[in-house]
Design a protein around this ligand. Sequence first.
Ligand SMILES: Nc1ncnc2c1ncn2[C@@H]1O[C@H](COP(=O)(O)OP(=O)(O)O)[C@@H](O)[C@H]1O
Ligand SMILES: [Mg+2]
Length: 468
Amino acid sequence: MASTSTQNIPNGLDLKNVVKASQILSGEIVLNRLLKKMMHILLENTGAKKGFLLLPQQDNWIIEVEGYIDSVGITVLQSIAIEASKRVSVNIIHHVARTLKNVILHNAVEKGDFTHDPHIVQYCPKSVLCTPLINQGKLIGILYLENKSTANVFTSDRLEILNLLFSQITISIENALIHAKLESKIKESTHTIEVQKKKLKIQKKELEVTLRQLQSVQTNLMESKKMASLGNLVAGVAHEINTPVGIGVTGASQLEVITKELVQLFSTQRMKRSDLQKYLDSAEKISNLILRNLNRAAELVQSFKQVAVDQATEQRRRFMLKKYLNEVILSLKPKLKGTQYHIIIECDEDIVLFSYPGFFYQIIINFVVNSLIHGFQEKGEGQMIINISPKEKETLILRYSDNGKGMSQEVAKNIFEPFFTTNRHGSGTGLGLHIVYNLVVHELNGTINCESVEGKGTMFIIEFPYSS
Ligand SMILES: Nc1ncnc2c1ncn2[C@@H]1O[C@H](COP(=O)(O)OP(=O)(O)O)[C@@H](O)[C@H]1O
Ligand SMILES: [Mg+2]
């Protein structure tokens, strides 16, 4: 940006101009624009034909603005070291930096302390003004102004007014430097944030990949766990069925033996009436034993069929939960008739589920039968409560509780295991709660927990997502 001033020494330098210039400078906060404007003002108002602003850098001074009144114009922020530049008197600048006082030369080649200065000798400037820019006692920069052809440019009158301008320059530069520093800090942190953001994005992607891998591992695990538990189940069923079938086989062979014996006696006409009587007694006992054991085997097969819940046999449908629970309880009426066992249902009338009602049937039946057989074993009375409460928008909690005899922690730990029963010699198969567990976890995608206190009762808490 070239200055267009053609005057050697501006005449109009007065307070008015300085105030105007100050206003211009104080309105500029961006360093490179400020420096340009400043140099422009200096060249127009001081009588200098070239001017430099030097800023400290480490232990040296560098030229950050140079301005020429002729066509070269003004360049800023080139950061040229003063020694290398050969454009200013290095001695004068160091002198000003050291003494913090102006150096004013009216005829530099002939008068003053710098007549032998290499720069002065080489370039022969007539007027030189070098002034420190001091803010709150701190040297923040140095202005160096020269007029090569005219002597006595920087008179003391002129300087008085110029000092006002220099003060404004000092403050404006200080502000702009702070601003630039802040801006670079902001840029730096913005950059850091950007870098971190990118890193986070990459990490997020990696996490997503890992998560997907984990999910597939989990699915596989679940599958193999299912297979394992199915294997256990089959082994268990085989083992359980073996006993009654074995007893049945023994009984049947025994029956065969005694029948053959009787036939033998009969065919040789040696059979006595007492033989027949003895045979009939044994045959009745043995067939009884066979029947009981075959029934037991049939029961086990029935339970096993329930474990492998056959989804195909049931349709998913929309049903009113409370109404359905009432129907379930109704089907239990014959069992409860004439007893002191009561079932209470606490459920909102208008909860509608889109699900498999049969699952709920099996779950409730197993709970109730267990309460009757295990919970109220030695008591003649008891109460069962089925409580349904919504948890969040799409989750229901089903709490089933009885006030029976409860169970020990040891028992409670195992109740969901297949074939775990404390009633092996009665009719227990140990499959009931295992079936319930499978229904809740695998079919309803829910969770089931049991809280039981010996002597007080048992509660099962089922949470499952639902849609209507
Ligand atoms: N309401 C209850 N009160 C006390 N004990 C219970 C209750 N429900 C279940 N149990 C215990 O859990 C065991 C496992 O139950 P379950 O799987 O239904 O098998 P089963 O009824 O054939 O024994 C029972 O043998 C019993 O010890
Ligand atoms: Mg049971």
